[in-house]
Structure formats: structure tokens, C-alpha cells
Design a protein around this ligand. Structure first.
Ligand SMILES: *[C@@H]1O[C@H](CO)[C@@H](O)[C@H](O)[C@H]1NC(C)=O
Ligand SMILES: *[C@@H]1O[C@H](CO)[C@@H](O)[C@H](O)[C@H]1NC(C)=O
Ligand SMILES: *[C@@H]1O[C@H](CO)[C@@H](O)[C@H](O)[C@H]1NC(C)=O
Length: 342
């Protein structure tokens, strides 16, 4: 649903109404508007969707499940054809999360909002996030069109491989499946750019928190790599220049960040989420999708930064710049990020 900048009262009211109708508001990605597919999206787990961030009506609750308090190791599965340069941008983004010495506003500063979430014992989400083992699935072991279930089979293949299997670490490991532009995944583009869930022991042998994020370069950059690509149906809208020169990969960064924040705060989908329906949880990044800076909301991204080469970004990593959406801060009751202007 495309919201524009209505008054807070109107937004609040429409938000309440939507809650009562128990439907989800799509975040401001330029989703294709289609009532049928939106209803189907309500059944999705941890996919990209958003509430406008009207604080009074957001009731984010803790449901007593675990959060990722141990040092987080991200095991990456590169599915399909990936160039070393693309891997480098993504790997370095993940390692930037714990890199405190990046110039402000930093990726580490962005993760501080995620660290505000705690478990039953009061332990915070870990500040340490590192890329762990990696697995290349170069020959598309499960084809070029994946379903939610076949994604789990890809993970199974990676953790049970005869040579260099990915380690199994359900307490501190998260599994990130990244698909190349020529791979289609169920609901990609029309409804989701990525999602997270956990694997089923019956398929994988273990319960492992995982996320999938697709490179949208071929199928729908105007949806999943927005604002580095823009839909042609919106006249006068100009695409921003991506900070690492790769529309697909730069667009993936914010979706990877979205899913990692939610995996940390809701790894088994029984910890931090809003909404009464656990089959359609609204999570800490859903609430801020499309918001990259101060004033963001509706179709406005908020104030971002411009590099000397004209690229748009909002935070610094180890050696590179990135554009990453903000995350819900449950202490302040609004979306926050490291580039906030106060
Ligand atoms: C809406 O989505 C449904 C299911 O995805 C599809 O069958 C239908 O043709 C779509 N309608 C429009 C107007 O795009
Ligand atoms: C841990 O979470 C609490 C509650 O949200 C917060 O007050 C505190 O600052 C957090 N600690 C860290 C290190 O983020
Ligand atoms: C967690 O990471 C920190 C570095 O951030 C390290 O000092 C510590 O030893 C790690 N803990 C474990 C249990 O590996």
C-alpha cells in the first residue's frame, strides 16, 4: 500500500483500522499493488513488510523466546553465479557490524538499535557478528527456481556436504542463502525481497535460523533494489547512484540487514514481534522498511548522505559505504538509525 505523508492522526487511524482488519501494510518498496497477492502476503513469515511507524499503535511485544545473545556467526551460501567483487561487498558489510572504528554514521552504530533487544534473563543481542564459513552452490543444486521448501533443501545440502560442510551451530549460527540474479524464488518481487525463518528438523535435520535474500538485478531491481532502481510508473522519480556501483548487490545490503536484525531479535519467531498473529509477525525491521533517514516515512526515504561521486548512502562500513534501512527502537517507540539528525 502506498502511503503518502498524511497527518499523524490520519496515519494513526488508518493504522488502527488496518490492525482491526488484521491485514498488513506493505512497506514503501514499490510493491505491485494487488489485493489478492497482498492477502497471500499475510501468510508470509518474516518477509519484508512494514507499518508506517506510528508509535502509538505499534505494540511490539516480547513473547519469551530466545534472541541471539551469543556471538553471531553468519554462514553464507552463495547460490548460483557470484563474482568475487560482489561477495566482497556483502562479506565486508556483515563484518562491518562489529567494526567499531568505522567513521560515524557507521554500520556498528546501526546495530546498536538491534542490541537493545533482550531475552528473559535480560541478556542483550550480541554486538559481535562475523562471517563464518561459506559454501558455493555454483551449479544450482536445486535448480533456478526455488520454493520455500526447496530453500531448506539447499541448506540441507550445505550442512551435509561430503566436502567442507557448513558447521551446524543452532545457538549462534545463522544461515544466509544468497541467490544470484538468474534465480527465481517463490514470491520474489511481487511480495518479498527476502525472508527469514528456521529450518525444519524433518528436512534439514536441525532447527537453524536462516534467511534468504535474492539479487533482484534481473527480475525486479525497481522493487527490491529501490531507490537504486525506480519503477517507470512513477513519473519524475530518479534512481539514486548505488554506493558500490552494483544496483543488485547494493540493493541486497538493506534486505540482508533487515533479515539479520529480525533473525537476531526473533530467530525462532517466538521472541520480539508486534501483532496478535504469530503466523504473520510484524518484526523490528518491518516497522521501518523504506526509512533510511530523519523524516522518512510514507514514500519518503528520509535524509540520506551523498558521497563525492554522487552515490547515495547512509552509513560507513570497514572500507565502504552502504544504504541500510532503520530499525525499530522499542525504548523510544520509533525507528532509529546512526545518521539521525537531532
Ligand atoms: C493479482 O494477483 C493474483 C495472484 O498473484 C493474480 O492471479 C492476478 O492476476 C493479479 N491481478 C492483477 C490485477 O494484477
Ligand atoms: C541492553 O538492553 C537494554 C534494554 O533495552 C538497554 O537499556 C541497554 O542499553 C542495552 N545494552 C546494550 C549494550 O546495548
Ligand atoms: C565473542 O567475541 C568477542 C569479540 O567481540 C571475543 O572477545 C569473545 O571471546 C567471543 N566469545 C566467544 C564465546 O567466542
Amino acid at each position: 500500500m502506498l502511503h503518502h505523508r498524511f497527518s499523524a492522526a490520519v496515519l494513526g487511524l488508518s493504522f488502527l483500522l488496518l490492525l482491526l482488519l488484521s491485514t498488513t501494510v506493505k512497506g514503501w518498496r514499490p510493491w505491485r499493488k494487488n489485493a489478492t497477492s497482498m492477502a497471500a502476503a499475510d501468510l508470509e513469515f518474516g518477509s519484508s513488510k512494514k507499518y508506517e511507524g506510528s508509535s502509538e499503535f505499534v505494540k511490539l511485544k516480547y513473547h519469551m523466546g530466545p534472541v541471539l545473545t551469543a556471538n553471531i556467526t553468519v554462514h553464507v551460501i552463495w547460490y548460483g553465479t557470484w563474482h568475487p567483487a560482489q561477495k566482497h561487498v556483502i562479506r565486508e558489510f556483515i563484518n562491518s557490524i562489529s567494526h567499531d572504528s568505522s567513521a560515524a554514521p557507521s554500520v556498528a552504530g546501526w546495530w546498536k538499535t538491534v542490541q537493545l533487544y533482550t531475552d528473559q534473563t535480560g541478556a542483550n543481542i550480541s554486538r559481535t557478528v562475523r562471517v563464518g564459513s561459506e559454501k558455493n552452490d555454483r551449479f544450482y543444486s536445486h535448480g533456478k527456481s526455488l520454493t520455500r521448501l526447496s530453500i531448506q533443501s539447499v541448506i540441507r545440502s550445505a550442512v551435509t556436504a561430503t566436502t567442507k560442510p557448513l558447521p551446524v551451530s543452532p545457538k549462534s549460527g545463522i544461515y544466509l542463502l544468497l541467490t544470484s540474479p538468474d534465480v527465481y524464488v517463490q514470491d520474489f518481487c511481487g511480495q518479498v525481497c527476502g525472508f527469514h525463518y528456521f529450518t525444519f528438523p524433518s528436512i534439514v535435520g536441525y532447527t537453524l535460523p536462516y534467511a534468504w535474500v535474492g539479487n533482484s538485478q534481473k527480475y525486479c531491481p525497481e522493487v527490491c533494489a529501490y531507490p537504486f532502481a525506480v519503477p517507470s510508473y512513477i513519473p519524475g522519480l530518479k534512481a539514486m547512484k548505488p554506493p558500490n556501483g552494483d544496483v543488485g548487490v547494493d540493493g541486497m545490503i538493506s534486505v540482508i540487514a533487515h533479515e539479520m536484525a529480525e533473525l537476531a531479535a526473533n530467530p525462532l519467531v517466538n521472541a520480539w514481534y508486534a501483532g496478535g498473529d504469530p503466523t504473520a509477525p510484524v518484526e523490528i525491521a518491518d516497522l521501518c522498511e523504506g526509512i533510511y533517514g530523519t523524516g522518512g516515512g510514507g514514500s519518503y526515504t528520509g535524509q540520506m548522505l551523498e558521497a563525492h561521486d554522487g552515490a547515495t548512502y547512509n552509513m560507513n562500513g570497514i572500507r565502504r559505504r552502504y544504504l541500510v534501512q532503520w530499525v525499530w527502537n522499542h525504548l523510544l517507540n520509533y525507528c532509529t538509525g546512526p545518521n539521525a539528525l537531532d
